[in-house]
Design a protein around this ligand. Structure first.
Ligand code: NAI
Length: 524
């Protein structure tokens, strides 16, 4: 199937019975969705009594939705009545869609689908909620492998918008389209993807964790500061370390490891020794009381490092027509600090000159490299922000050539504009820009390798992991040229193929280049 042009189809009628197998966290959530959508739903688990317990749990969840007025009393009654436990697989004979959410084990899933295939009608749809196994491999031994598709929900299924509809090699495109339309009817935002390791989200999200782990390993900042920068400057809902602590390092490491292995050791997915050490120590995150943070009784949560208040600088020149300078001017105005501010032209791309210190937006070069290239001594770079008008925190790095007064001047400016300021060690692309460049690169490569289309990858990252905007949308905002420059600088800096740019991204930049443009590409 060509992921860029999936067929369209009608959703499964709500009169069609849905069977959910596996009454764990995911199965219960999926059964809830199907019941609320109006299907008769059978829930089956091999553990006796588990389906009954799960259905009671679903009814409690539904009752809460009624309290919050998100569900009417009639809908509650209908969904409650629609849910039935099934003690034996044979009870599922009439199901038109089976969603499997059992243990993540290839042989267990193959065995289950073989039994179901023998039992169900030839028109039944077999769907797996696997997050890491190949849909092609699960289907391989079936008599009708074209009837099997991936229907990958995110945890918790009733809340997370995304469903990845995964086509294996044999999957019938029309069947994938029916599952897509059915997920939409269930109130979800589905995307089509080809069965490849990590599908979309678990592949494209890897750099969010990996780059943070590398920054920490290199001492660019501490855990709490990096988390705060990603949240308060980058606009992500959770910082990478608190998110890994929530997911559990055993689970997060295992997913990275499985994607790395599945791509034959591609260095882009290389797991982190820092995280392995946490797993080895049993510091699994929230669930074990300790991860990057300490959750034990009485422990105080580490706070981000913010620079001490500095005086407002005497002379501020903001560059005309620079968007970040414009945002700074507005913020300074709002805080009543606009006095003694002038607008000036600058030919070297700086945002501002503050008491003689040049402030630049990070472009993937370190501040030190930037100062060396420009032949000026007083240079500070500022990390990418999702929205400079509303960001609470700014992350900066100072060139090694700069005197201590450079930090004081820029900190004073940013504090006057209402930012908490975090100083990072001088490194290429700092934290947010480096992470966003790598997310956009992975997103671009997934599209390049025909895993999904460009719209799907952005929808998937917003709906599956709650990113503030899709990585490709973000790349378009900051410019493919800047993303490519960051990646090329990281490649140069580390000498590792990990940072190689996706051919699609490079092609995009070339396609938009005039020869004059291409000569300008910034390199360390
Ligand atoms: P879970 O461990 O909470 O539940 C699995 C349930 O399946 C258990 O109740 C178990 O008794 C039952 N089961 C195991 N083998 C069975 C069989 N052969 N027949 C009938 N029932 C069987 O697991 P969870 O977290 O709900 O995950 C289920 C599936 O969903 C896995 O494939 C997992 O990879 C996938 N998934 C999990 C996500 C998560 O965040 N937990 C997210 C997306 C997918």
């Amino acid at each position: 199937m060509n992921p860029a042009s999936p067929a369209s189809s009608a959703a499964l009628p709500t009169s069609a019975a849905v069977a959910v197998i596996g009454a764990g966290a995911m199965g219960a959530g999926i059964a809830q969705l199907a019941a609320v959508a109006g299907h008769p739903v059978w829930l089956h688990d091999r553990r006796a009594g588990a389906a009954e317990v799960a259905i009671a749990g679903i009814r409690t969840q539904l009752a809460k939705l009624v309290e919050k007025k998100k569900l009417s009393a009639e809908q509650f009654d209908a969904a409650s009545a629609a849910l039935k436990p099934a003690t034996a697989l044979e009870d599922l004979r009439e199901a038109k869609l089976v969603v499997e959410a059992i243990v993540e084990d290839l042989e267990a899933k193959r065995g289950l689908f073989a039994a179901l295939e023998a039992l169900l009608g030839p028109d039944a749809i077999l769907a797996s909620n696997t997050s890491s196994l190949s849909i092609t491999a699960i289907a391989a031994k079936l008599k009708r492998p074209e009837r099997l598709v991936g229907m990958h929900f995110f945890n918790p299924a009733p809340l997370m918008a995304l469903v990845e509809v995964i086509a294996g090699l044999a999957t019938d495109a029309a069947l994938a389209a029916t599952v897509f339309a059915t997920a939409e009817r269930w109130g979800k935002t589905p995307v089509h993807a080809r069965s490849t390791p990590g599908f979309i989200v678990n592949r494209v999200a890897r750099p969010y964790y990996a780059e943070a782990l590398r920054l920490l390993q290199e001492g660019v900042a501490d855990v709490a500061t990096l988390d705060a920068v990603m949240r308060e400057s980058g606009g992500f809902r959770m910082g990478p370390f608190e998110l890994m602590d929530m997911i559990g390092h055993d689970v997060n490491y295992a997913v990275t490891r499985s994607v790395f292995d599945a791509y034959y050791g591609d260095p882009r997915f290389q797991p982190s020794l820092l995280q392995l050490e946490l797993v080895q120590a049993g510091y699994l995150g929230r669930k074990s009381g300790r991860g990057f943070y300490d959750y034990r009784e009485g422990a105080t949560k580490a706070a981000p490092a913010s620079l001490a208040p500095q005086p407002r600088p005497a002379r501020i020149e903001l560059t005309i027509a620079d968007p970040l300078a414009a945002a700074l001017a507005k913020r300074l105005d709002a805080s009543g600090s606009l006095l003694a501010l002038t607008m000036a032209d600058a030919s070297d791309g700086r945002i501002a000159t503050v008491d003689g210190v040049a402030l630049f937006a990070s472009d993937g070069r370190s501040a030190t490299a930037r100062a060396a290239a420009l032949g000026i001594g007083e240079v500070v770079v500022i990390d990418l922000m999702l929205d400079a008008a509303t960001a609470k925190r700014a992350a900066i790095a100072v060139a090694a050539q700069s005197p201590p007064a450079a930090l004081v001047a820029i900190t004073g400016l940013l504090q006057a504009a209402g930012f908490a300021v975090s100083q990072l060690a001088d490194s290429p692309g700092l934290a947010v820009l480096r992470t966003v460049a790598m997310l956009a690169n992975e997103a671009s490569d997934a599209v390049h390798q025909q895993v999904c289309n460009a719209a799907a990858v952005d929808i998937a990252m917003r709906g599956g992991v709650g990113y503030p905007i899709g990585p490709l949308e973000w790349a378009a905002r900051i410019g493919a040229r800047t993303v490519l420059a960051v990646l090329d600088n990281l490649t140069r800096h580390y000498g590792e193929p990990r940072y190689r740019a996706s051919p699609r991204l490079r092609q995009q930049v070339l396609a938009s280049s005039t020869s004059a443009h291409s000569r300008e590409t910034k390199h360390e």
